[in-house]
Design a protein around this ligand. Structure first.
Ligand SMILES: [Zn+2]
Length: 203
């Protein structure tokens, strides 16, 4: 069985990206140059009140990290997407999205004018009439947020590398909203945001 390529696009460094996916289609995200965090939200196409839910996802699988076989769950507990394959050890569910506000708090006022994931999510969501209240805790593909035995989180050097990927199979009709993370103040993008490639295939 061969899959047809329906869409193939390079998302520039720091840019937002949105795509409608129909049930059965697969989105491959390729970390072209390595260690590039891809912040990710997903909404049901029919009714966007149904959306990705980190807590439901984590609780259902009993694990904080996303790996091959993980199921992305909605706030209704339904399967939205399945991680069909990935050659990165694990992906982050808890690090959240960077914002101008969090940057100034963490890294100083001089970062206030730097572009951040929250702006990308707002731009991506605006096309669908969604605003800030529609932003929920997001996934960070390719980002390394280890959890220490005492519960301490880190944002440390990535575990991804050039050409590594994640394949996400849509289990319902969906809209995905991505921020190709612009962060330059911590190692989540190796201090150098880079492009990623998006490939949609379908039967
Ligand atoms: Zn970011």
């Amino acid at each position: 069985m061969s899959a047809t390529v329906l869409h193939d696009e390079i998302v520039p460094a720091r840019a937002p990206w949105t795509q409608t996916l129909y049930a059965g289609q697969t989105l491959r995200i390729v970390d072209l140059e390595g260690n590039q965090a891809v912040d990710f939200l997903v909404y049901a196409a029919d009714d966007d009140a149904e959306r990705y839910d980190a807590q439901a996802t984590i609780a259902a699988q009993g694990n904080l990290f996303l790996r091959t076989g993980s199921i992305l769950r909605s706030n209704e507990g339904r399967s939205m997407m399945t991680v069909a394959a990935t050659n990165v050890d694990y992906h982050d569910t808890i690090g959240g999205a960077c914002s101008c506000e969090s940057n100034t708090l963490r890294y100083g006022h001089h970062t206030k004018s730097q572009h951040a994931c929250v702006e990308n999510f707002l731009v991506g969501n605006a096309r669908f009439g969604r605003g800030k209240r529609d932003m929920v805790s997001n996934i960070n593909w390719f980002m390394n947020v280890p959890v220490e035995p005492d519960g301490t989180l880190g944002i440390v050097d990535g575990i991804s590398a050039p050409g590594l990927f994640v394949d996400l199979k849509a289990e319902m009709d969906l809209v995905v909203v991505v921020s190709n993370c612009p962060q330059i103040n911590n190692p989540c993008n190796g201090f150098n945001p880079t492009p990623v490639r998006m490939i949609v295939t379908g039967p």
